[in-house]
Design a protein around this ligand. Sequence first.
Ligand code: ATP
Ligand code: MG
Length: 388
Amino acid sequence: MLIRYGELGLKGGNRHIFENALCRNLVSALGPLPGLKTKRVRGRILVHADSPLEDHVNRAAKVFGVTSVSPVKEVYLDHDLMIKTAMEQLACTLTEDFPGQTKIPFRVTVNRSNKSFPYRSREMVLTLAEAAMTKYDSLEVNLKHAELELEVDIREEQALIFARRIQGPGGLPVGTLGRGMTLLSGGIDSPVAAWMGMKRGLRMEFVSFYSFPHTGPQSREKIIRLAEKLDEWQPRTVLHIVPFAPYQEAIRDYCNPAYRTVLYRRAMTRIACRLSGRRRCKALITGESLGQVASQTLQNIATIEDASTLPILRPLIGMDKIEAISRAREIGTYDLSNLPAPDCCTVFQPDSPVLFASKEEARAAEAVLDLDKLTLDAIQSAEKLELS
Ligand code: ATP
Ligand code: MG
């Protein structure tokens, strides 16, 4: 399997750190497979295993940093065998990726690093192109804007032959930018926010608050399924499930009801920060987007952030709901997010939450609570799940 990567190639002196991380993440996404190893070749990564890797291409295409993946056939340097294999690879690409299409812009690229191979690159290109065009009239040579590229890499003992290209997610390898803690609700937005943070190189942990017995056990099940789905995009995900009812009950019993939602969110922020300290996470990530719900006015966002000791990243801040939904569909979390399960934010919800809570008002409203104790109790009763 041949892996192409994009942006991390631009990291100058740090490049090897990103490349090593990418190799590690690939091995982890594909493994365990006998003989699995990676090798860097001319700005690309070649993945080898003792068994065929074709069936694993889609897993590699979910590794951040990867821009595209090609299944590769490796053959001995026998001219006729190379042509035959190239035609087989082409046939496979045409049926998989271009069914029924005509006038497919096509090119052949031959790289001959083994100069003792008796046929020059140009000769090979012409032979391959002629064979391909004779066999398939759906192909049309277009060197500049090819959509289908047949590539042959002639190396010391073998030739690598490939024509398919499966798109990867791009971005940076998970872990290269440190760790983040996503506040994961059962909604549509926070899974997308987590995914976007992972795409920018954060290894993501998840913290989710649930309000058992005020909400049923299905909220917990749903969060686990969402976290498992996101675990397909990074190795070894950790999910913290925090019982939130005691904190909420204290807020219900002692604080002004109009501030409840904002105080819940400040409480979540506080707990998530403490947990992050223990888990070496350096930022919180939320699915907030400006103006979407009452807690997401600029004023309320600032008031919630006031309870944080860490930077809060909000990858969805400028997104419309429709954009978040379409991204959720792409990454496979949408259907899970739509499963019915109440969120803890709706527990003891007041009729008219404040739209513009200042941080002074919020601080005053919660001043009667022993915030430190409530926060520590919540962390101590948290459940830590290691997925995959
Ligand atoms: P989402 O679709 O992500 O739930 P939302 O549009 O419903 O977002 P809110 O309910 O105001 O908006 O939540 C804003 C953010 O707060 C969420 O994106 C999430 O990061 C965090 N959050 C809300 N509820 C929870 C929860 N129960 N556990 C963890 N984080 C939560
Ligand atoms: Mg929500």
